[in-house]
Design a protein around this ligand. Structure first.
Ligand code: TPP
Ligand code: MG
Length: 370
């Protein structure tokens, strides 16, 4: 192409220019130092401690869930370690009446939004009671179909807009999820209707074994929001302060009627994809693992809070002990819940059973009453 034409017409340069705008937003760096003083959020000491408490609790919950799973006491479980800042600092920016549409890895957020932990354990076991969300707790059950929650979030957000309440719908998917059709439909629909939605992509670098760099030719996932005409950012997903600020900003704009936002959080999952048998050593090196472990959200937040005199070893030990007690009590309560029966499954699915299921229902009812 001639140089003259290139001045008028250079799609490759446009792409480069757009991509160059997506620098990673960070406030608290790997060493626990503030690198962006102007952006530090206005959180009280109590709030900072609460956020740290939730992240530590979640790390313990993850460790306990993995061992309970190995003992055969839990079913489906997707490990969360490494993603605490992405999950809990984004949740921390919400209000009680906001709606959460989680993916399967997003159990911590819905627990802190009000889903009792014992019910989260029943969800893991595939028990229907685990998906019976208490009235007033605005969460949907964790979505297993990759990306589907993005379309649902657009719908919930449009519903919120029609009701005229000052709430938002937030949803979470992963780097892999951003390749799904539902992802594009969700962000486009919400953008077109200026619905108050917040779309989080937790980019933990892998979709099971598929690395991020073969997922898409886009340099960032955040830039995909631009095509839908919605404000989009790339944030350090291991930095609780940056994640909080980005989500709070998105929320403020959403409730003002300015529509949805997309937030890509750069993070890592330390554990396997799920506890159903994948072996991360087959697709990741220890070098990459170590590189990300050095960015740990809890380590950097601990340094920051210790520097402010808000946290110490004793405090952390207390939180860990309390977490273990709460988890123990919750698993006990889950164990005490009557086992799910086939008839429960049918009667929970259908208000009026089709004739063939009615027949089966009667067969199982007879078996179960023995
Ligand atoms: C529609 C659909 N396709 C495929 C799957 C199988 N599957 C489960 S998890 C997963 C990868 C998702 O990766 P990502 O979105 O990065 O989320 P992460 O697990 O890393 O949090 C796939 C392909 C599914 N659940 N749903
Ligand atoms: Mg992923």
């Amino acid at each position: 192409m001639g140089e003259k034409l290139k001045k008028q017409f250079d799609p490759a340069a446009t792409l480069q220019e757009v991509e160059s705008k997506f620098e990673m937003f960070q406030i608290l760096n790997e060493e626990g130092k503030i690198v962006n003083e102007d952006a530090v959020p206005d959180l009280s000491d109590e709030e900072l401690v609460e956020l740290m408490t939730r992240m530590v609790f979640t790390r313990i919950l993850d460790q306990r869930s993995i061992s309970l799973n190995r003992q055969g006491r839990l079913g489906f479980y997707a490990p969360t370690a490494g993603q605490e800042a992405s999950q809990l600092a984004s949740h921390f920016a919400l209000e009680k009446d906001d709606w959460i549409l989680p993916g399967y890895r997003d159990v911590p957020q819905i627990v802190f939004h009000g889903l009792p932990l014992w019910k989260a354990f029943l969800f893991s076991r595939g028990h229907f009671v685990g998906n019976q969300i208490p009235e007033g707790v605005n969460v949907l059950p964790p979505q297993i179909i990759i990306g589907a929650q993005y379309v649902q979030a657009a719908g919930v957000a449009l519903g919120i807009k029609k009701r005229g309440t000052a709430d938002v719908a937030i949803t979470y998917t992963g780097d892999g999820g951003s390749s799904q059709g539902d992802f594009y439909e969700g962000i486009n629909f919400a953008g077109a209707f200026k619905a108050p939605a917040i779309f989080i992509v937790q980019n933990n670098q892998f979709a099971i074994s598929t690395p991020r760099d073969v997922q898409t030719s886009a340099k960032t996932i955040a830039q995909k929001g631009i095509a839908a005409g919605i404000p989009s950012v790339l944030v350090d997903g291991m930095d609780p302060l940056a994640v909080y600020v980005a989500t709070r900003d998105a929320r403020e704009r959403a409730v003002k009627g300015e529509g949805p936002s997309l937030i890509e959080t750069m993070c890592y999952r330390y554990g396997p994809h799920t506890m159903s048998g994948d072996d991360p050593t087959r697709y990741r090196t220890t070098d990459i693992d170590n590189e990300w472990a050095a960015k740990d959200p809890i380590v950097r937040f601990r340094i920051y809070l210790e520097g402010k005199g808000l946290w110490d070893e004793q405090k952390e030990t207390e939180v860990i002990e309390r977490a273990k007690e709460e988890i123990k009590a919750a698993i006990k309560k889950a164990d005490e819940t009557p086992k799910q029966k086939v008839t429960d499954l049918i009667s929970n699915m259908y208000e009026e059973k089709p004739y063939n299921l009615q027949e089966q229902y009667e067969i199982f009812e007879a078996k179960e009453s023995k």
